[in-house]
Ligand binder design. Structure first.
Ligand code: NAD
Length: 476
């Protein structure tokens, strides 16, 4: 069946559910409506939560090995639909189908994550065993987990939540972004054949649906990835029943290029650190600080490299950078470029957005804007990058830390001791040296400051879907 002429249904308590009202899904490469996604009502959400609650009592009683086996089967089942899902993903998300951050990579990484996370265990621990006491610690699931996902990595970031939530023994209600619901709806259909009814629910709608989830009295946990502004609202409304929350929020990552960096070697790497996925990555390099000794050489090389990169429809196998994913983000990035122009900063590459169908914005590079320029202080989340000159390391660390965000950052150069000492002083959850956005299922990932609360991935991420429980036995 042609994926885009089929109906896309929600998955509620193991059943397909359509709604009278729908939300149009737009292909960002040409602005055509490619499908309609269901628009869940409060009642639909209540049914999903009710099903998840009912399924919790049996799902949580399975052994962790039994739940892991289901996750492995789920990963295999998704892979069987790899081509269909990758094509659907490009159509709704705009991402190039091939390449390092292509749509195939998204599907494959999600499956890999699912399998690796399924191998985690949270063993019971005897804290004390003596003549007077046995003290035991272990982890219990929370209940129903609401998983709220953004549009930039809709499948992979969903899986970062789905796999640990289910492995720990929770049942789930997944809500993708209104901009990118289709691949997740399709994955929900695949899940129906794997998990018992009620364990795995997918609901779609507009942003209000996310709010209803955070307020819902029978959801015990919200794992949210999205903007810092929305994350604050989530935290507020989750207080209704003291939901556990994990928040993975925005960032304004600095990439710091040391004076001894090999310009020719680092330019392509830093380019992709900034512009992969059309710069719509929470941990994209969003402010590029280059030492004054190599600034001119670096900037010239960077611009030259940028001009070789094909931008276009992600369905074209030659495309390396696709459109911005949605109109809201497109207008936001255009406004940042206009602001840079109106304040007289020097745009040395791109900057002119053609009036044609599709949310295409050229690679735009701003030469040494002031620190208080909007293009420096705001998270662009699109292909506009400030390159800023600095002269000493204390100065650049202060500038890099001068933000409410604290997601990640990177340092590039040959002197690894210097790079490491800078990395230790950056106020972020992750720092990479001579690479960027390498994320792994066994490595904890989370933001400092206003970039988040809690972590995902690794056993620490798994524990976020549990309560810690101790049992203390007094011996005679
Ligand atoms: P967003 O905050 O607008 O939306 C994220 C999700 O929240 C969507 O599913 C949306 O429908 C839902 N939502 C909207 N309003 C809500 C509300 N009041 N209550 C509950 N849910 C609500 O973010 P976005 O534009 O989809 O994503 C881009 C942002 O996500 C960027 O800031 C980016 O840095 C961040 N992000 C962070 C990470 C990370 O791991 N830290 C990863 C990817 C993206």
């Amino acid at each position: 069946m042609n994926t885009l002429t089929r109906e896309f249904c929600m998955t509620i308590n193991g059943k397909p559910v359509l709604t009278e009202q729908t939300v149009p899904v737009i292909n960002p490469a040409n602005e055509t409506v490619i499908a309609q996604a269901p628009k869940a009502s409060r009642n639909d959400l209540n049914e999903a939560v009710k099903g998840a609650r009912a399924a919790f009592s049996t799902w949580s009683m399975l052994s962790i090995a039994e739940r892991a086996a289901k996750l492995e089967a789920f990963s295999d089942a998704i892979l069987q639909h790899r081509d269909e899902l990758a094509n659907l993903f490009t159509a709704e998300m705009g991402r190039p189908i091939n390449g390092g951050f292509g749509s195939y990579m998204e599907i494959d990484s999600a499956c890999h994550w699912c399998k690796v996370i399924a191998k985690n265990r949270l063993p019971r621990e005897i804290i004390e065993e003596n003549d007077s006491h046995t003290i035991e610690k272990y982890y219990t699931p929370l209940g129903v987990a609401g998983l709220i996902v953004p549009w930039n990595f809709p499948v992979l970031l969903a899986m970062w939540k789905i796999a640990p939530a289910l492995l720990a023994g929770n049942t789930i209600v997944v809500k993708p972004s209104p901009y990118t619901p289709l691949t997740t709806l399709r994955i929900g259909e695949i899940a129906r054949d794997i998990f018992p009814a009620g364990v795995f629910n997918v609901v779609t709608g507009e942003n209000e649906l996310g709010q209803w989830m955070t307020e819902h009295p029978d959801i015990n946990k919200i794992s949210f990835t999205g903007s810092t502004a929305t994350g604050k609202k989530v935290l507020q409304s989750a207080s209704v029943n003291l939901k556990r929350v994990t928040l993975e929020l925005g960032g304004n990552d600095a990439a710091i290029v040391l004076e001894d960096a090999d310009v020719k070697e680092v330019v392509p790497k830093i380019f992709w650190a900034a512009f992969s996925n059309t710069a719509q990555i929470c941990v994209a390099s969003k402010r590029l600080y280059v030492h004054q000794k190599i600034y001119d050489e670096f900037l010239a090389e960077f611009i030259q490299y940028a001009k070789t990169i094909p931008i276009g429809d992600g369905m074209n196998p030659a495309t390396l950078i696709g459109p911005v994913q949605n109109k809201m983000q497109y207008e936001k990035v255009k406004a940042l470029i206009e602001d840079a122009k109106s304040t007289g900063t020097n745009i040395v590459c791109g900057g002119i957005v053609e009036d044609k169908p599709g949310y295409f914005i050229p690679i735009t590079i701003v030469d040494n804007p002031p620190e208080d320029a909007r293009v420096v202080t705001e998270e662009a989340f699109g292909p506009v990058l400030p390159v800023i000159k600095y002269s000493n390391y204390d100065e650049v660390i202060t500038k890099a830390n001068n933000t409410d965000y604290g997601l990640a950052g990177s340092v590039w150069g040959k002197d690894l001791n210097l790079a490491r000492s800078i990395a230790e002083r950056l106020e972020t959850g992750t720092v990479w040296i001579n690479e960027a956005h390498i994320l792994l299922p066994n490595v904890p990932f989370g933001g400092h400051k206003q970039s988040g609360i809690g972590v995902e991935n690794s056993s620490e991420g798994l524990k976020e879907y549990t309560n810690t429980k101790t049992i203390m036995i007094k011996k005679k």
